[in-house]
Design a protein around this ligand. Sequence first.
Ligand SMILES: C[S@@+](CC[C@H](N)C(=O)[O-])C[C@H]1O[C@@H](n2cnc3c(N)ncnc32)[C@H](O)[C@@H]1O
Length: 230
Amino acid sequence: PGSRFAAMTAAARSRLAGSHFRMLNEQLYTTPSSAAVQLFRDAPDQFTAYHAGFARQVADWPINPLDVMVREVGAALKRRMAPSAPTDSAPLVKPSRPVAIYSFDLVSVAPHITACDIASLPLAADSVDVAVFCLALMGTNIVDFLTEALRVLRPGGTLKIAEVVSRFEDMDAFVAAVEQGGCVCVKRDAASNTMFLFLEFRKHTAAEVAAEPKGIPASLALKPCIYKRR
Ligand SMILES: C[S@@+](CC[C@H](N)C(=O)[O-])C[C@H]1O[C@@H](n2cnc3c(N)ncnc32)[C@H](O)[C@@H]1O
């Protein structure tokens, strides 16, 4: 009987953790990012609870889009860091240029993560080669996030997005709206799996921009990603 009680307690605790996660998740998708900043500033332990729940969801997915992003960005980095060819007078090869990687989240849980709202990044304009949103377009102000990424990207730089397919009402309209921010869609992969959409945009170079880009329409939105009770 003792072990039955323990099992029932564990099941109740897990159900509670599940509904706590779903409540936080829904909040993050249905409010502007300023509210998310406030939420975790007032109660940082909610961030741990959110990520424990998110990890339980990821464990059930056929693929983890983060692995895809890491693989693709890693391969691009390797190409870019291809060492200079050795010569007789300079036999030691060196990377073509140093690489800096920035990670941003609402709460910093490791030294390499900068706590900030991605609506406003602590980066100079035209300074970044690649920007990645991996399931990170949460909040009702995704236009702010995308506009900010296009600001910090260098001309010709790459914007990568991985999102849950069911969040898109109209993929063509989404792509067209992001392009109005001053970029062109160069890759769209919804075929290799049914759950996630992978998009890649290239920011216009100075020569390609005839005038100031129109800007992403303020009405652009994605549906919230609501997880079902299991
Ligand atoms: C669904 S999780 C995905 C985490 C990770 N990118 C992955 O793919 O495993 C979304 C993450 O975006 C963060 N986030 C949401 N809105 C944000 C904002 N306005 N500024 C910074 N980070 C934000 C959340 O705190 C959370 O860590």
